[in-house]
Design a protein around this ligand. Structure first.
Ligand code: COA
Length: 375
């Protein structure tokens, strides 16, 4: 006899104890939802269930109830799993099943029990809450007024993002700088501690001497006038500071006339004032370019947003030790940092930014070069 079609002889369902509750769930859709029954329906339900599962993976177990009830196979389980459900006191319809057709597996019960324990350990929040009016009816939302600094950030950052930014990033070898910094800090003790940031600020200022455009500001067109670039002589380098009140950007004035130690002292003064919420307007205004050292907190890369009246900002990532090859091809340890520049693409092109960034890199990678340029 010739076999024309390879069809299975029979299907074996390993589900051994389908409860009346399961029967109800497995009933044809028309009986439950009043929809016309079709052979496509069960598959659709499973797809819908998978989507909800992805979408709500970060929600608390209790928030998942509504989603789970839409999966018709999700409350099927083997006797072993049912035993586990009983042991943990868990209702099967609350558990997201990851087995075939949404069946609940042992690990699903364990995961649910673990996340329920975490949820119940959280302290209750005394807040004014209201149910969401949107599509997610299970959500609870709370309105909080912005702090004065957030309010300011809201306005300035919204304005800043109307400027076409571009990002330029590179990896800098800070091994020699780490060694130098360590040596200087060991000698001077805690009194005049130098951080990477102080050297970077000086390097930016030295590079601006060759690329003054990066210290300029744009005067936008008004009354039909053409837009202008306003060149600035003084390098007032802003430092993005994480303060108890939020993000503040005071600036170190006249960096080109300061030594690295002067910069360190000025940064300490600004940090102390920022910590106490006492930065005067004079320290917060007049910046010409900014350095944001997010690496002192963490993070390898950052896409910094331009500060008003500036055309470039440098984001500094966390220094980390990596393996590298030396010129002889041997593996050595290197300390590296990522520098991420954002620039105003209306007036700064990529090549100019790259050249300026290469100058800063040269100074930071070889601090001796910086010394040679100090007055
Ligand atoms: N990678 C690794 N370590 C770094 C680092 C970096 N990029 N920058 C600083 N550190 C180290 C310092 O060397 C110091 O370590 P040490 O005590 O072993 O020498 C430690 O981190 C603390 O440095 P800190 O006192 O913060 O000094 P700083 O001069 O480097 O930075 C501020 C000062 C104000 C910039 C910083 O405290 C800060 O607020 N950073 C966050 C900026 C921010 O929020 N940017 C985002 C804006 S969107």
């Amino acid at each position: 006899m010739e076999l024309r079609e390879k069809k299975p002889l029979c299907d074996i369902d390993v589900q051994s104890d389908i409860s009346p509750e399961d029967e109800a769930i497995l009933a044809p859709p028309a009986e439950q939802a009043g929809e016309p029954s079709s052979p496509q329906q069960p598959q659709k339900a499973v797809e819908q269930y998978s989507y909800l599962q992805r979408d709500q993976s970060e929600d608390s177990p209790s928030n998942n109830k509504a989603a789970i009830s839409s999966g018709r196979h999700s409350s099927l389980a083997t006797p072993a799993v049912r035993g586990l459900l009983k042991e943990f006191g868990v209702n099967i319809v609350e558990v997201l099943g990851t087995g075939k057709d949404g069946r609940v597996l042992k690990e699903d019960v364990h995961n649910f029990a673990a996340s329920r324990a975490i949820e119940s350990a959280k302290p209750p929040q005394a807040t004014s809450t209201r149910p969401s009016s949107g599509a997610d009816q299970g959500q609870v939302e709370k309105s909080i007024t912005l702090t004065p600094i957030q309010n300011q950030m809201f306005k300035t950052m919204t304005r800043s993002l109307t400027i076409p930014h571009f990002l330029y990033a590179d990896e800098i070898d800070v091994t020699p700088l780490s060694t130098l910094r360590h040596r200087l800090n060991t000698q001077s003790g805690k009194q005049h501690k130098l951080s990477f940031l102080h050297f970077i600020i000086k390097a930016v200022s030295l590079a601006i001497e060759d690329f003054p455009l990066l210290n300029a500001r744009v005067e936008a067109a008004s009354n039909g006038d053409a837009p202008k670039l306003v060149m600035r002589e003084k390098h007032n380098i802003g430092i993005a500071m994480d303060t108890p009140q939020g993000l503040l950007v005071p600036n170190v004035k006249h960096v080109s006339s300061k030594s690295i130690l002067d910069i360190a002292l000025e940064c300490s003064r600004l940090q102390a004032l920022a910590k106490d919420g006492k930065l005067p307007v004079a320290d917060l205004t007049g910046g010409t370019i900014t350095v944001s050292n997010i690496g002192s907190i963490g993070g390898t890369y950052v896409a910094p947003v331009l500060v008003q009246k500036e055309v470039a900002i440098l984001g500094v990532g966390k220094a980390r030790t990596v393996p590298a090859f030396n010129e002889q091809g041997q593996v050595i340890k290197k300390d590296v940092m990522n520098f991420s520049w954002s620039a105003d693409h209306r007036v700064i092109d990529g090549a100019t930014m790259a050249r300026m960034a290469e100058h800063v890199r040269a100074f930071v990678e070889e601090p001796g070069l910086m010394m040679a340029r100090l007055r």
